[in-house]
Design a binder for this molecule. Structure first.
Ligand SMILES: Cc1ncc(COP(=O)(O)O)c(C=O)c1O
Length: 383
């Protein structure tokens, strides 16, 4: 069905930071499949692990033990503050699981606070959680029990304190909404109120997690421990997988029969997940994210001085937003002509998502291409 407005490119091959089209043109891919191919395209260790698993077993019901699923659950819990994992196949499905866990944990209060400009998925439950009208319009009646409050806003916190819901659910950097990081002081206050009032904190790390923002999970940088976390995108390096992690006191609200997913935690997906997590948890990978992030931000700041159309550069790690006065859509189209793939997010924001394995040479190439694109769209400006 015509649910995507596609660009005129047919991608047939990928390796590292590059993809090839069907006419053998090579593109620098700074979309990473929208924060999914975090280790670059077709990473060798994941390819090898999945190839070996293909010889052994493709699928097995969750009625039986699946070793790679148990290994991945152990890797996720050992590298986070969580105790238990529910596996599924996508970000929306992970957030659905979180909504159900919240509602089975709190038997009397079923309300969940989310935030304006958030994005939590396209299923009925997660579209209802999402704070964007364009995602919800035409699909009413929505699931009840969601209040969407302003993000980074203190009046929202007063509302939260006066009307405690069962949980808050939020992104620490709003991705689809325009690459908007949560302010530390606002999060501190939100966490304080939630702890005081017994409100669960569910963090949607579908886009931020798995090294994207410079730590394995973005919550680590904000100095608190959520009760629930959702992840997906980067967990299988492109193999579909999602997971909902929870602290044991919350996870115990789910028992046998509470929730299920046929493919969730499937042997192929969790094998991809194990190989991915092993690489993501190596210190050199996160070091690279932080090093290249500093370089990228400083190069973009230089570019901002030359182009008055660049309003702000923001984000965290390698989740970077360039807010423009206008023309973001045109720039993405012109970038394709320059053999560069980038995204938009929200209104007039370019979203830059290189793989976490990106090199400084590739960043230089990106800046050269972006400059050519800006010249083509805006004309040249001198300092
Ligand atoms: C923060 C966030 N949550 C949830 C989702 C939905 O994930 P999926 O498309 O895998 O259902 C996305 C997808 O972009 C996302 O960015």
């Amino acid at each position: 069905m015509q649910t995507y407005n596609r660009f005129p490119v047919t991608v047939i091959k990928g390796k590292g930071s590059y993809v090839w089209d069907d006419a053998d043109n090579v593109y620098l891919d700074f979309t990473s499949g929208i924060a999914t191919c975090n280790l670059g395209h077709v990473p060798d260790t994941v390819k090898e692990a999945v190839s070996n698993q293909l010889e052994q077993l493709w699928h097995c019901s969750n009625l039986y033990h699946i070793p790679s699923q148990e290994t991945l659950a152990n890797l996720l819990t050992a590298n986070s503050c969580f105790d238990q994992v529910f596996f599924c196949n996508s970000g929306a499905e992970a957030n659905e699981a979180a909504i159900k866990l919240i509602r089975s944990y709190n038997t009397t209060n079923k309300n969940i606070v989310t935030f304006e400009k958030s994005f939590h998925g396209r299923t009925m439950g997660t579209a209802s959680a999402t704070g964007q009208e364009k995602i919800q319009k035409g699909f009413e009646p929505l699931l009840s029990g969601f209040a969407h409050l302003a993000y980074n806003d203190y009046e929202s916190l007063t509302f939260l304190a006066n009307n405690p819901p069962a949980a808050v659910m939020l992104e620490l950097v709003q991705g689809e909404g325009g690459v908007i990081p949560a302010e530390q002081a606002w999060i501190n206050e939100l966490v304080r109120i939630c702890r005081e009032k017994g409100i669960l904190i569910a963090i949607d790390e579908v886009q931020t997690g798995l090294g994207r923002t410079g730590s394995l999970f973005a919550y680590e940088d904000y100095g608190f421990e959520p009760d629930i976390l959702t992840t997906a995108k980067g967990l299988g390096s492109g193999f579909p997988i999602g997971a909902m992690l929870a602290k044991s006191n919350v996870a115990k609200a789910f028992g046998p029969g509470s929730h299920a997913s046929t493919f969730g935690g499937n042997p192929l997906a969790t094998t991809a997940g194990v190989a991915t997590m092993k690489q993501l948890t190596s210190p050199s990978l996160l070091e690279n994210v932080n090093r290249q992030s500093d370089i990228l931000f400083s190069k973009l700041t230089e570019l901002k001085e030359a182009y008055p159309q660049i309003k702000t550069i923001r984000g965290k790690g390698l989740l970077v937003g360039i807010e423009l006065t206008d023309g973001a859509g045109e720039i993405v189209k012109e970038a394709i002509n320059q053999k560069l793939l980038i995204l938009t997010a929200g209104a007039n924001v370019l979203r830059i998502l290189p793989p976490l394995t990106v090199t400084t040479t590739e960043l230089d190439k990106f800046i050269d291409k972006l400059q050519q694109v800006l010249e083509a769209v805006y004309g040249s400006y001198s300092k």
